[in-house]
Structures are given as C-alpha cells and as structure tokens.
Design a protein around this ligand. Structure first.
Ligand code: GAR
Length: 193
C-alpha cells in the first residue's frame, strides 16, 4: 500500500501525535509524517516530532486567539504543500481553520474530538458529557468543514462514564480510546485516498 503523506498540526501535549508516530514506526499505519506544525512555540508536540526525527515548525499565529491570521493560514498552506502533504491531521489543534486551508486541502483535513459527535462539540467535551449526566461518551474522527467539530464522521469509539469519574479520569480514559482510534481511522483512509 502507498504511504500516505501526513502533516500533523497540534497546539498542546501531542499524545495523539505520539500514537500516530508510534503506529507508523510499528508498521501498522502505512503513512509517513512529513511535518509537524504548531502555533505554540513551546508545545510538547514539537518536542515529540523531534524525538521521532520528523521535520517540525512553529507557525506564529498572529493577533487572533481562536483562528490564524490570514497571512499565517496562507503560510500554513505553503508549508504543508512544500512538504508534499496529502492529508492534514489535526491532533489537538485549537484554532479554527478558515477558507484558505479548507479550499487548499478540500476533504483532506481530519480532526479528532473527545465526544461522540454531534454530541458535545467545543471545549472540554468530556466535562460537558459529565455535566449532562451522560452514561457513555467517546471520541470521533471526522473530516473538517467550516463549522467547529463538525463534518462527515470517519470513525467513533465509545467510552463508558463511570459513577465516580472526575473530569480528569474521564478525559484520560477517552484519550486511551483516541490513541487506538486515530491511527486506525488514518489507516482506513490510506486505502481510500
Ligand atoms: C484530544 O483529547 C483531542 O480530542 C482534543 O484535544 C486533545 C489533544 O490532546 N481536541 C479537541 O477538543 C478538538 N475540539 P493531545 O495533544 O494529547 O493529542
């Protein structure tokens, strides 16, 4: 199977990025990580990229808090194209992508979200599930469109909510499920793209 060229974007600790890079290294995910990009200068995800010898870059986001400045988004497209990226993988990337990225990589951007979408889009989805009194939640891999945590669903995994769960214990269990689901969902796409 052809190795799909991935560009991984993230803002934080990068545990999903690590799971993807480990799956590539183990030979279970027929892909190649071409670049890891973060808009947070000291994000651990960049350190993980270096640990796996994957090219990595900091992208200054500009003045906005929830999205990239238009120049920064254009620069992101350039960086991903120069790296030959075929599929953009959001792994805890906490900025909303706009038309420049969405049109440059139409149906080639995927995200992982810590709930069973369409339930609980937005921030701290595990906390939202606890507060709503749900008994089950999970995680979702989906194509990215112009709405937040929205778009065609590729794969989902359920996680039970236990009676004594705290936000942290629940998020930790969802992340274990994410680390299985994301590499498996990308593997599925490898046969389709
Ligand atoms: C993950 O739990 C992911 O589902 C979530 O951010 C975390 C990143 O963790 N993403 C969202 O909430 C997107 N709306 P990581 O940096 O350890 O991979």
């Amino acid at each position: 199977m052809k190795r799909l060229a991935l560009g991984i974007l993230g803002s934080g600790k990068g545990s999903n990025c690590r799971a993807i890079l480990e799956s590539i290294q183990a030979g279970t995910l027929p892909a190649e990580a071409r670049v890891v990009i973060s808009e947070v200068l000291d994000a651990p995800i960049l350190e993980i990229a270096r640990e796996f010898s994957v090219p990595n870059a900091y992208l200054p986001p500009g003045q906005f808090r929830t999205r990239l400045e238009p120049n920064a988004e254009a620069e992101l497209v350039k960086m991903l194209r120069e790296a030959g990226v075929e599929l953009v993988v959001l792994a805890g990337f906490m900025r909303v992508l706009k038309a420049t990225m969405l049109s440059a990589f139409a149906r080639r951007i995927i995200n992982i979200h810590p709930s069973l979408l369409p339930k609980f889009p937005g921030l701290e989805a595990w906390k939202q599930a606890l507060d709503a009194g749900a008994t089950v939640t999970g995680c979702t891999v989906h194509f990215v469109d112009e709405k937040i945590d929205h778009g065609d669903i590729i794969a989902q995994s359920e996680v039970p909510i236990l009676p004594n769960d705290s936000p942290d214990s629940l998020h930790a269990r969802i992340q274990i499920a994410e680390h299985e689901l994301y590499p498996a969902a990308i593997t599925k796409l490898c046969g389709e793209i």
